[in-house]
Design a protein around this ligand. Structure first.
Ligand SMILES: [Zn+2]
Ligand SMILES: [Zn+2]
Ligand SMILES: [Zn+2]
Length: 150
């Protein structure tokens, strides 16, 4: 992740906050910066660990900022079949969906291009306006499938 991209994300988020009359704060900038350094499907606890001890940031601020980032389209919530939600930053990334191994937790990303075409066609037919989509396919990765056979 380049520095440039993180600053672009912060800039875009600031613009969103201003447009929707939310406060622009150093803490929010700080949270965005941390999130864009995590290049995996993280959970709130991971983010919390990275922020903890460095600054006085309340958990409500973390959750609220995460919600706003999702609303702004910079971060996406990903359901990996666990009790808690996972997130990933999607700003400047190609749209993708996930194959999730329910045995080892491995997540394989694949481009959403073909699926998107189908979704858009269906939405147009039903006169439905899409705000976002999220597809997770659950199963076993190659390694786990081989182990399961034994
Ligand atoms: Zn988890
Ligand atoms: Zn696996
Ligand atoms: Zn992903």
């Amino acid at each position: 992740m380049t520095v440039k991209k993180t600053s672009d994300a912060i800039e875009t988020f600031r613009r969103y906050l201003k447009l929707h009359n939310h406060n622009i704060t150093e803490t929010r900038d700080r949270i965005v910066k941390e999130i864009f350094m995590m290049n995996y499907h993280f959970e709130v606890a991971d983010l919390w660990k990275r922020l903890h001890g460095e600054t006085q940031i309340s958990s409500s601020t973390v959750y609220r900022t995460l919600d706003l980032l999702v609303e702004a389209g910079l971060v996406k919530m990903v359901d990996l079949g666990e009790a808690h939600a996972h997130y990933e930053h999607i700003f400047g990334r190609r749209d993708h969906d996930h194959l999730v191994c329910t045995d080892c937790g491995k997540v394989i990303e694949f481009p959403a291009t073909a699926i998107n075409d189908e979704i858009e066609k269906t939405a147009a037919e039903k006169e439905f306006t899409i705000s976002s989509h999220s597809i997770q396919i659950y199963g076993s990765c190659r390694n786990c499938a081989a182990k399961n056979k034994k």
